[in-house]
Ligand binder design. Structure first.
Ligand code: G1P
Length: 298
Protein backbone atom coordinates (compact mmCIF):
# COMPACT_ATOMS: atom_id res chain seq x y z
CA UNK A 1 0.00 0.00 0.00
CA UNK A 2 1.17 3.52 -0.74
CA UNK A 3 2.04 5.64 2.26
CA UNK A 4 2.34 9.36 1.96
CA UNK A 5 5.94 8.76 1.44
CA UNK A 6 6.42 9.63 4.87
CA UNK A 7 7.68 6.74 6.96
CA UNK A 8 10.32 7.87 9.42
CA UNK A 9 10.88 11.18 7.67
CA UNK A 10 7.16 11.97 7.93
CA UNK A 11 6.57 15.70 7.76
CA UNK A 12 10.10 16.59 8.65
CA UNK A 13 10.53 20.15 7.39
CA UNK A 14 12.26 20.80 4.07
CA UNK A 15 15.55 22.35 5.22
CA UNK A 16 17.93 21.51 2.40
CA UNK A 17 18.07 21.99 -1.34
CA UNK A 18 20.14 20.40 -4.08
CA UNK A 19 21.06 22.67 -6.97
CA UNK A 20 22.81 20.83 -9.81
CA UNK A 21 25.33 23.15 -11.51
CA UNK A 22 27.61 20.70 -13.29
CA UNK A 23 26.01 20.99 -16.76
CA UNK A 24 28.11 22.22 -19.68
CA UNK A 25 25.54 24.71 -20.94
CA UNK A 26 25.90 23.55 -24.54
CA UNK A 27 22.63 25.19 -25.60
CA UNK A 28 24.03 28.64 -24.86
CA UNK A 29 27.53 28.26 -26.31
CA UNK A 30 29.78 30.11 -26.96
CA UNK A 31 28.71 32.21 -23.91
CA UNK A 32 29.46 29.24 -21.65
CA UNK A 33 32.84 28.34 -23.13
CA UNK A 34 34.68 29.81 -20.12
CA UNK A 35 31.85 31.08 -17.88
CA UNK A 36 29.63 28.66 -15.95
CA UNK A 37 26.09 28.93 -17.32
CA UNK A 38 24.84 29.56 -13.78
CA UNK A 39 26.86 32.78 -13.62
CA UNK A 40 25.43 34.31 -16.79
CA UNK A 41 23.54 37.41 -15.76
CA UNK A 42 19.86 38.14 -15.99
CA UNK A 43 19.77 41.93 -15.68
CA UNK A 44 22.21 42.48 -12.79
CA UNK A 45 22.43 39.12 -11.03
CA UNK A 46 23.71 35.71 -12.07
CA UNK A 47 21.18 32.94 -12.63
CA UNK A 48 22.32 31.03 -9.53
CA UNK A 49 21.46 34.04 -7.36
CA UNK A 50 17.79 33.85 -8.39
CA UNK A 51 17.37 30.22 -7.34
CA UNK A 52 19.31 30.61 -4.10
CA UNK A 53 17.13 33.63 -3.25
CA UNK A 54 13.98 31.67 -4.06
CA UNK A 55 15.23 28.87 -1.76
CA UNK A 56 15.91 31.33 1.05
CA UNK A 57 12.36 32.74 0.63
CA UNK A 58 11.05 29.18 1.04
CA UNK A 59 12.82 28.78 4.40
CA UNK A 60 15.64 26.55 3.10
CA UNK A 61 18.62 26.59 5.47
CA UNK A 62 21.23 24.63 3.59
CA UNK A 63 22.19 24.65 -0.10
CA UNK A 64 24.04 21.75 -1.69
CA UNK A 65 25.59 22.65 -5.02
CA UNK A 66 26.55 19.73 -7.23
CA UNK A 67 29.36 21.22 -9.27
CA UNK A 68 31.83 19.96 -11.84
CA UNK A 69 35.13 20.85 -13.49
CA UNK A 70 35.49 24.51 -14.43
CA UNK A 71 32.73 25.66 -12.07
CA UNK A 72 35.01 27.09 -9.35
CA UNK A 73 33.82 30.65 -10.00
CA UNK A 74 30.45 29.67 -8.50
CA UNK A 75 32.14 28.95 -5.16
CA UNK A 76 33.90 32.32 -5.35
CA UNK A 77 30.57 34.05 -5.99
CA UNK A 78 29.28 32.84 -2.61
CA UNK A 79 32.41 33.99 -0.75
CA UNK A 80 33.83 37.32 0.37
CA UNK A 81 35.81 39.30 -2.19
CA UNK A 82 38.02 41.12 0.29
CA UNK A 83 39.86 43.45 -2.11
CA UNK A 84 36.64 44.49 -3.79
CA UNK A 85 34.79 44.99 -0.51
CA UNK A 86 37.69 46.96 1.03
CA UNK A 87 37.87 49.21 -2.03
CA UNK A 88 34.12 49.89 -1.99
CA UNK A 89 34.26 50.62 1.75
CA UNK A 90 37.18 52.99 1.29
CA UNK A 91 35.29 54.83 -1.45
CA UNK A 92 32.12 54.91 0.70
CA UNK A 93 30.15 53.06 -2.00
CA UNK A 94 27.88 51.67 0.68
CA UNK A 95 24.91 50.85 -1.57
CA UNK A 96 26.91 48.55 -3.82
CA UNK A 97 28.71 47.13 -0.81
CA UNK A 98 25.45 46.13 0.86
CA UNK A 99 24.23 44.58 -2.43
CA UNK A 100 27.40 42.49 -2.50
CA UNK A 101 27.10 41.51 1.15
CA UNK A 102 23.61 40.15 0.48
CA UNK A 103 25.10 37.54 -1.88
CA UNK A 104 27.20 35.97 0.88
CA UNK A 105 25.44 33.13 2.69
CA UNK A 106 25.80 32.39 6.39
CA UNK A 107 29.09 30.52 6.91
CA UNK A 108 28.58 26.77 6.65
CA UNK A 109 25.19 27.00 4.95
CA UNK A 110 26.44 26.03 1.47
CA UNK A 111 28.13 22.72 0.67
CA UNK A 112 29.72 21.62 -2.57
CA UNK A 113 30.14 18.19 -4.06
CA UNK A 114 31.29 17.26 -7.54
CA UNK A 115 29.61 15.24 -10.20
CA UNK A 116 32.72 13.74 -11.75
CA UNK A 117 31.12 12.67 -15.04
CA UNK A 118 28.10 14.00 -16.98
CA UNK A 119 25.87 10.96 -16.40
CA UNK A 120 22.55 12.81 -16.11
CA UNK A 121 20.34 14.72 -13.66
CA UNK A 122 19.52 11.59 -11.63
CA UNK A 123 23.21 10.96 -11.08
CA UNK A 124 23.84 14.62 -10.16
CA UNK A 125 21.15 14.46 -7.46
CA UNK A 126 22.48 11.11 -6.20
CA UNK A 127 25.91 12.76 -5.73
CA UNK A 128 24.32 14.87 -2.95
CA UNK A 129 23.03 11.89 -0.91
CA UNK A 130 25.57 12.11 1.93
CA UNK A 131 25.00 15.84 2.33
CA UNK A 132 21.21 15.48 2.42
CA UNK A 133 20.94 12.41 4.66
CA UNK A 134 17.61 11.04 5.81
CA UNK A 135 15.25 13.97 5.32
CA UNK A 136 13.01 15.44 2.63
CA UNK A 137 14.75 17.96 0.40
CA UNK A 138 14.09 20.34 -2.48
CA UNK A 139 15.76 20.45 -5.88
CA UNK A 140 15.92 23.53 -8.10
CA UNK A 141 17.35 23.55 -11.61
CA UNK A 142 18.95 26.97 -12.06
CA UNK A 143 18.20 27.09 -15.80
CA UNK A 144 14.64 27.97 -14.99
CA UNK A 145 13.68 31.30 -13.46
CA UNK A 146 10.12 31.36 -12.19
CA UNK A 147 8.74 34.88 -11.95
CA UNK A 148 6.42 34.45 -8.99
CA UNK A 149 5.88 36.42 -5.80
CA UNK A 150 6.38 34.96 -3.23
CA UNK A 151 8.99 32.63 -4.75
CA UNK A 152 7.47 29.53 -6.31
CA UNK A 153 9.42 27.13 -4.09
CA UNK A 154 7.66 28.70 -1.08
CA UNK A 155 4.34 27.75 -2.68
CA UNK A 156 5.63 24.17 -3.04
CA UNK A 157 6.83 24.03 0.58
CA UNK A 158 3.36 25.26 1.65
CA UNK A 159 1.72 22.53 -0.45
CA UNK A 160 4.12 20.01 1.10
CA UNK A 161 2.97 20.99 4.60
CA UNK A 162 -0.56 20.01 3.65
CA UNK A 163 -0.07 16.89 1.49
CA UNK A 164 3.43 15.62 2.39
CA UNK A 165 5.06 12.98 0.21
CA UNK A 166 6.76 14.12 -2.98
CA UNK A 167 6.02 17.10 -5.20
CA UNK A 168 7.03 18.34 -8.62
CA UNK A 169 6.16 21.65 -10.28
CA UNK A 170 4.40 21.54 -13.65
CA UNK A 171 3.03 23.75 -16.41
CA UNK A 172 1.00 22.99 -19.50
CA UNK A 173 2.88 23.00 -22.80
CA UNK A 174 1.78 22.50 -26.40
CA UNK A 175 1.49 18.71 -26.95
CA UNK A 176 4.23 18.86 -29.60
CA UNK A 177 6.74 19.91 -26.89
CA UNK A 178 6.43 16.90 -24.57
CA UNK A 179 9.59 15.29 -25.97
CA UNK A 180 11.69 18.08 -24.43
CA UNK A 181 10.65 17.43 -20.82
CA UNK A 182 9.53 15.09 -18.07
CA UNK A 183 5.74 14.69 -18.34
CA UNK A 184 3.32 13.61 -15.59
CA UNK A 185 0.38 11.22 -15.65
CA UNK A 186 -2.34 13.08 -13.72
CA UNK A 187 -4.97 11.34 -11.57
CA UNK A 188 -7.09 13.83 -9.59
CA UNK A 189 -6.92 17.60 -9.65
CA UNK A 190 -7.95 19.88 -6.77
CA UNK A 191 -7.21 23.55 -7.45
CA UNK A 192 -3.59 23.78 -8.47
CA UNK A 193 -2.65 20.39 -6.97
CA UNK A 194 -2.70 17.26 -9.13
CA UNK A 195 -2.32 13.82 -7.63
CA UNK A 196 -0.11 11.84 -9.98
CA UNK A 197 -0.04 8.20 -11.03
CA UNK A 198 3.34 8.33 -12.74
CA UNK A 199 5.65 10.25 -15.04
CA UNK A 200 7.85 9.70 -18.06
CA UNK A 201 10.97 11.48 -19.33
CA UNK A 202 10.85 13.09 -22.77
CA UNK A 203 7.97 11.11 -24.30
CA UNK A 204 7.05 11.51 -27.96
CA UNK A 205 3.74 13.45 -28.18
CA UNK A 206 1.88 10.27 -29.11
CA UNK A 207 3.10 8.52 -25.94
CA UNK A 208 2.78 11.43 -23.52
CA UNK A 209 0.38 10.80 -20.61
CA UNK A 210 -0.59 14.53 -20.57
CA UNK A 211 0.75 17.89 -21.62
CA UNK A 212 1.83 18.86 -18.07
CA UNK A 213 5.59 19.10 -18.20
CA UNK A 214 7.85 19.05 -15.13
CA UNK A 215 9.48 22.38 -14.27
CA UNK A 216 12.82 22.28 -12.48
CA UNK A 217 11.42 22.47 -8.91
CA UNK A 218 10.93 19.36 -6.76
CA UNK A 219 10.44 18.25 -3.14
CA UNK A 220 11.45 14.63 -2.64
CA UNK A 221 11.72 12.09 0.13
CA UNK A 222 15.17 10.63 0.84
CA UNK A 223 14.09 7.16 -0.36
CA UNK A 224 14.83 8.49 -3.88
CA UNK A 225 18.56 7.99 -3.28
CA UNK A 226 18.36 4.18 -3.01
CA UNK A 227 16.45 4.13 -6.29
CA UNK A 228 18.92 6.46 -8.01
CA UNK A 229 21.77 4.25 -6.85
CA UNK A 230 20.52 1.41 -9.08
CA UNK A 231 18.88 3.49 -11.80
CA UNK A 232 19.79 2.35 -15.32
CA UNK A 233 20.18 4.76 -18.22
CA UNK A 234 17.00 6.22 -19.67
CA UNK A 235 16.12 8.90 -22.23
CA UNK A 236 19.19 10.27 -24.00
CA UNK A 237 21.36 7.52 -22.47
CA UNK A 238 21.40 9.41 -19.14
CA UNK A 239 20.48 8.45 -15.58
CA UNK A 240 17.15 10.23 -15.34
CA UNK A 241 15.68 11.58 -12.09
CA UNK A 242 12.21 11.13 -13.62
CA UNK A 243 12.70 7.35 -13.94
CA UNK A 244 13.51 6.92 -10.23
CA UNK A 245 10.68 9.29 -9.27
CA UNK A 246 8.32 7.16 -11.33
CA UNK A 247 9.36 4.06 -9.36
CA UNK A 248 8.97 5.97 -6.08
CA UNK A 249 5.48 7.00 -7.24
CA UNK A 250 4.53 3.32 -6.93
CA UNK A 251 5.42 3.41 -3.23
CA UNK A 252 4.72 6.97 -2.06
CA UNK A 253 2.41 9.79 -3.05
CA UNK A 254 3.36 12.36 -5.67
CA UNK A 255 1.58 15.63 -6.31
CA UNK A 256 2.20 18.16 -9.05
CA UNK A 257 1.83 21.85 -8.23
CA UNK A 258 0.63 23.75 -11.29
CA UNK A 259 2.76 26.87 -11.67
CA UNK A 260 0.89 30.08 -12.38
CA UNK A 261 4.01 32.22 -12.75
CA UNK A 262 5.97 32.93 -15.92
CA UNK A 263 8.86 30.55 -16.50
CA UNK A 264 12.01 31.47 -18.38
CA UNK A 265 14.21 28.66 -19.65
CA UNK A 266 17.61 30.30 -19.41
CA UNK A 267 19.29 27.15 -20.66
CA UNK A 268 18.22 28.27 -24.14
CA UNK A 269 19.28 31.46 -25.92
CA UNK A 270 15.73 32.65 -26.55
CA UNK A 271 14.57 31.95 -22.97
CA UNK A 272 17.61 33.78 -21.66
CA UNK A 273 16.96 36.87 -23.76
CA UNK A 274 13.27 36.80 -22.77
CA UNK A 275 14.22 36.63 -19.07
CA UNK A 276 16.47 39.66 -19.47
CA UNK A 277 13.77 41.59 -21.30
CA UNK A 278 10.99 40.71 -18.86
CA UNK A 279 12.97 41.27 -15.66
CA UNK A 280 14.64 44.35 -17.14
CA UNK A 281 11.22 45.83 -17.98
CA UNK A 282 10.24 45.40 -14.32
CA UNK A 283 13.45 46.71 -12.82
CA UNK A 284 12.70 49.33 -10.13
CA UNK A 285 15.47 51.70 -11.29
CA UNK A 286 15.20 51.66 -15.07
CA UNK A 287 12.22 49.43 -15.94
CA UNK A 288 10.06 52.22 -17.40
CA UNK A 289 12.88 53.57 -19.55
CA UNK A 290 13.80 50.08 -20.76
CA UNK A 291 10.17 49.32 -21.63
CA UNK A 292 9.90 52.38 -23.82
CA UNK A 293 13.22 51.42 -25.46
CA UNK A 294 11.78 47.95 -26.21
CA UNK A 295 8.76 49.56 -27.84
CA UNK A 296 11.03 51.72 -29.98
CA UNK A 297 12.87 48.83 -31.66
CA UNK A 298 11.52 46.99 -34.69
C1 G1P B 1 15.32 18.04 -16.86
C2 G1P B 1 14.39 16.93 -16.38
C3 G1P B 1 13.03 17.07 -17.01
C4 G1P B 1 12.45 18.44 -16.72
C5 G1P B 1 13.45 19.52 -17.16
C6 G1P B 1 12.97 20.88 -16.70
O1 G1P B 1 15.54 17.85 -18.24
O2 G1P B 1 14.99 15.68 -16.69
O3 G1P B 1 12.16 16.09 -16.50
O4 G1P B 1 11.22 18.60 -17.39
O5 G1P B 1 14.76 19.31 -16.61
O6 G1P B 1 13.83 21.87 -17.11
P1 G1P B 1 16.79 18.53 -19.03
O7 G1P B 1 16.44 19.96 -19.23
O8 G1P B 1 17.99 18.34 -18.15
O9 G1P B 1 16.89 17.77 -20.31
Amino acid sequence: MKDHGLGESAMKPVRKIVIPVAGLGTRVLPATKTIPKELLTVVDRPLIDYVVDEARDAGIEHVVLVTGRGKGAIEDYFDHAYELEATLRQKSKTDILSEIEKTIPVAGSVSYTRQQAPLGLGHAVWCARELIGDEPFAISLPDEIVAHRPGFLKQMVDAYSSVGGNLVAVEEVPPADTSKYGVIAPKDRTGNLIEMSGMVEKPAPADAPSNFRIIGRYILQPEIFALLENQGKGAGGEIQLTDSMNTLNGQQTFHAVVCDGLIYDCGSKLGFVKANAALGANHPEFGAEFKSFLKSID
